[in-house]
Ligand binder design. Structure first.
Ligand code: BG6
Length: 494
């Protein structure tokens, strides 16, 4: 079953544009945004008269900025992006801007003067700089032509996000604002939408009548990677749950929208986000937080979180969280949704496991005593793969069932390299497509859930449990899943 043949790369050049990358010397810009632009330039997406301005504090020539970028990419072994930086050079300019200073607006105006429209400002900045940026672009805004891209997180709480939104709303209209959650740019997430909305097979089964539990895991083998300054304030709940995990949950649980128009999709996600029950932190707790201790990841010894540079020796920041929630709607009431994310886990993995209920009366006997079929697994990372785990009759005379797997790997299927999420999202901004970006009320609903969870954890004085780096988190997370009548995927892989 290989349809590889017909699908070449889907290259549709965009119209000329001006793109100002704020925070161009920062980690995210160098690791993700500049490489994405370099790949797009190399693959012919960018029209020749477009302009890309690398905006940062230091005054650098284009050659100096490129040399620094190249050194950075070499250090993180990104040879492919390194080789493509040359394709980006013709588009580049630099600008030395210190946001917050009175002359920032004039420098910015000069950087974009005479460049093609639309003008996209990409804020690859800490949220504390967003308001300064908004004020700097205000004098040169052109409501029809200006777009602003904001990286997550929008602050560290709902109140901080609201203050930023207030400033934004005074300057820009909602359709000019592109709030990024880069998980929505992953091809696997778009495949998830296609699986749900393009096929009839699963949709009628995704209800409380048929689903026993849903689990979502995003695990990383990486640690805090020099980002302690950010992570100490954020932790796993604000960094990962507030955005990526809640968005994945919303896409899995939403009602089919009437169209794929941005607001139709976002309306449905919003209903799910507003219907989420905040997990209990007292009584029988429905949330477990953890912090990695020293251990081994991929065979290498690694230090514990408290030994990482910039982390306080007594830090109580959580690097792992697992919790049970519920989507309180007619479709999902009573179905446990188990979400989990952590750093320094055994592998980089993102997956959604939909566990269907057993048949009402089982006529067969399981091989080995356990039933592990009836499960749809959507693998988002490292591969983009959909797996249907079924029970089949084991060979032999006896009527015994054994789990088997139907597996569809999208790379094997299409044989087209998967584009990085940021390439997809940047081209969407350039085309003015808002589908894969968050609306203000979605972010508000996400913060409301997270603020309440953090508050409850604080009032119950819940401290993170240690877990060795390279493990799947504290054992209490296993108990949490068992109490919901489920088991985490690694405890029951085929
Ligand atoms: C970011 C988080 O949003 O997502 C990081 O701030 C995390 O802490 C990263 O490492 C994970 O993204 P991906 O695409 O590698 O799964």
């Amino acid at each position: 079953m290989n349809a590889s043949s017909s699908t070449g790369p889907d290259v549709r050049p965009v119209a000329p544009f001006t793109f100002v990358l704020h925070g161009a010397a920062g980690d995210l810009a160098r690791r993700k945004i500049v490489p994405a632009l370099a790949h797009l330039a190399h693959d012919g997406y960018l029209p020749p008269d477009s302009r890309i301005v690398l905006a940062q504090r230091d005054r650098l020539s284009v050659a100096e900025a490129l040399a620094q970028q190249e050194t950075f990419l070499r250090d993180c072994d990104d040879a492919a992006a390194c080789a493509r930086l040359g394709a980006l050079q013709p588009f580049l300019r630099t600008a030395a801007i210190t946001l917050g200073q009175p002359e920032a607006a004039a420098v910015l105006a000069e950087a974009v003067r005479g460049g093609p429209q639309p003008v996209v400002h990409y804020a690859s900045l800490a949220a504390s700089r967003f308001v300064d940026l908004i004020r700097a672009i205000e004098p040169v805004r052109d409501p029809a032509r200006l777009r602003l891209v904001l990286e997550k997180p929008l602050g560290f709480s709902g109140a901080e996000a609201a203050a930023i939104e207030h400033e934004l709303a005074a300057v820009l209209d909602e359709p000019q604002i592109y709030r990024i959650d880069h998980y929505l740019g992953k091809q696997a997430v778009q495949n998830l939408l296609a699986l749900r909305l393009g096929n009839r097979i699963f949709e009628p089964l995704l209800t409380r009548e048929h689903v026993a539990s849903v689990q979502i895991t995003v695990s990383e083998e990486l640690g805090v990677e020099g980002r302690a300054g950010f992570y100490e304030h954020s932790g796993a709940i604000r960094d990962m749950v507030q955005s990526h995990l809640l968005q994945l949950l919303a896409i899995v649980a939403m009602e089919p929208p009437a169209t794929l128009e941005p607001d139709a999709l976002r309306d449905e996600k919003l209903k799910v986000l507003r219907a989420l029950r905040v997990p209990a932190t007292s009584g029988t707790p429905e949330v477990v937080i953890g912090q990695y201790a020293a251990g081994h990841v991929l065979g290498q010894p690694v230090p514990g979180y408290r030994q990482e540079q910039g982390v306080a020796p007594e830090s109580t920041t959580e690097t792992f969280v697992a919790f049970r929630t519920e989507v309180q709607t007619w479709r999902w009431a009573g179905v446990p949704f188990l979400l989990r994310t952590g750093k320094r886990m055994p592998q980089r993995l993102a997956e959604i496991v939909i566990q269907f209920r057993e048949v009402p009366r089982q006529l067969f006997a399981p091989v080995g005593g356990a039933w592990t079929g009836n499960r749809l697994v959507i693998h988002l990372q490292p591969q983009d793969r959909i797996e249907l785990q079924l029970l089949a009759k084991a060979p032999g005379e006896r009527e015994r069932l054994r789990p088997v797997s139907l597996d569809l790997d999208f790379f094997d299927e299409w044989r087209v390299p998967v584009r990085d999420a940021y390439e997809r999202l940047i081209t969407d901004v350039l085309r003015g497509r808002l589908n894969l970006f968050l609306r203000r009320d979605e972010v508000e609903a996400q913060w409301k859930f997270v603020d309440r969870l953090k508050h409850d954890l604080g009032s119950c004085q819940v401290e993170p449990l240690p877990y060795p780096a390279g493990s799947y988190g504290p054992p209490a997370a296993t108990t949490l899943a068992l109490r919901a009548g489920a088991s985490w995927a690694e405890d029951s892989r085929l």
